[in-house]
Design a binder for this molecule. Sequence first.
Ligand code: ADP
Ligand code: MG
Length: 559
Amino acid sequence: MGSTIQPLPIDVVHLIAAGEVIDSLAAVVRELVENSIDAGATRITVSLWADQWRIRVADNGAGMDLEALKQAALPHTTSKIHDRQDLWNIRSLGFRGEALHSLSQLSQFEILSRPATATQGWRVSYRADGTATQVETAAIAPGTIVTVDQLFGNWSARRQGLPAIAQQIRAVQAMIQQIALSHPHVTWQVQQNDREWFNLWAGETARKILPQILRGVQIGDLQETTIEVPIPESGETSSLYVLAGLPDRCHRHRPDWVRVAINGRFVEVPELEQTILGAFRKTLPRDRHPVCLLHLQVPPAQIDWNRHPAKAEIYLHHLSHWQTHIVGAIDRVLRLKPESLSESLYSERVGKLLKTAESEGGYHVDREIQLSSDAAPLSSVRAIAQVHNRYILAEHPAGLWLVEQHIAHERVLYEQVCDRWQLIPLEPAIILNRLSTAQLEQLQRLGLDVEPFGEQIWAIRTAPALLAQRDDCAEALTELSLGGDLQSAQVATACRSAIRNGTPLSLTEMQTLLDQWQQTRHPRTCPHGRPIHLSLEETTLARFFRRHWVIGKSHGIEL
Ligand code: ADP
Ligand code: MG
């Protein structure tokens, strides 16, 4: 095999470099759309003709004058940074000045643009080296229209190496949705083959955007919070935004909606994704995953974007500091707050239950979440009756709650057990027989004091405080010996100790349980992920009972 080392022809070198920046239709969309956002656009139209490898992005941003247009596609030209100092202070999405140049190499490339102050715009086409060929005036609205045609037309191997067109189209859609979530103030119109494909309406935060993207998720299923986070040793602050699906209302069979954005771009920070998953532990059913978006706004010096050409991976300083604040923010979002009473809990469940046919309810409540972390019970929630010895019926000014007594108590006990996994001496010891080696090891792993007592007999001398006083302690210990990790043991302990359904409760007992449950960290679900309360809101009830009808008319009475 001939293995002479030779320099590559320079045009091949350039092609390879361009292909690093632009490796797919979705990458074109990412680069063009991020330019539009950097230019301050609030309305972006994306048009895709995948069969022709053509993409057009039109925006209402700042636009470029003729001088800028002539420069835009030259190598390493950018208006976003000027010197080394700026490199530490990047606040825009782009800064490398590579994207437009790469596109001029890889496609038939053209830009129309008009600054807001100009009376007309210009249309410029570019050669592969990024220099302008045709220049002519154009009558367009202020903003910019970039067209990429015949992408990779001069590089058929690259086209063949890409996934099937259908998959690329999905990737384009996912890219737009992702950027929309990190830039909620933008309105999107997206077309395919000259036909409307989808739209996304602007909103104040991602809470308004996600329901437009994720089918079946409604705005009332999501809660959000923004907190200020000081940065260690710097005096600077940054902000942390969390949007979380309430665990009793939405979860996914894959962790595909656990996402992290930093300074306007979704990135891969596996450490933070793990932190999010951890914060939802024991709030969701087995094998289900939360919906949770995190958006950090940090001073540029805290991150290093240069880890990856697609800028998808980064290094973030002070990781553990962030992790602590993320867990705190998620806990805050999942707590019950005064707002929870009337947070417009219109959920599909309640909707179906009441069989209200009206689909457009007035449930767009736009409430700021209070940042107080005090978890006092909501004094306005009052137990008024027990139903079937199983449900606590509670009333509050905005409606009714049905709370299942067993799982509410299970949540309370579970958090107590986690906070103090206290082993206390058993007097007398409990004797168990016929334990397998695995069971023995499991009890020892949980920290229990186990001693051989005879042939196939063991004395258990300590037990979790919650179980020690119970009559069925021996059974409970056997159950623990069969279980998995400490966490499952804690769940089993809480479940066994919680008030059974079928147990009559006095009003005082019910009120105490309600109060304790409301103060838990994750009140919406039990540790197995079952919902704890059903909220019947006054607004929903009013709709169901048709209280908006004019009674006089419906009774044929003139008032
Ligand atoms: P970068 O975004 O890293 O600066 P690009 O090659 O993507 O590099 O763009 C080069 C320059 O062209 C930008 O710095 C900007 O000044 C200008 N530009 C690109 N797209 C737009 C747009 N949609 N609106 C206004 N200016 C734009
Ligand atoms: Mg750019």
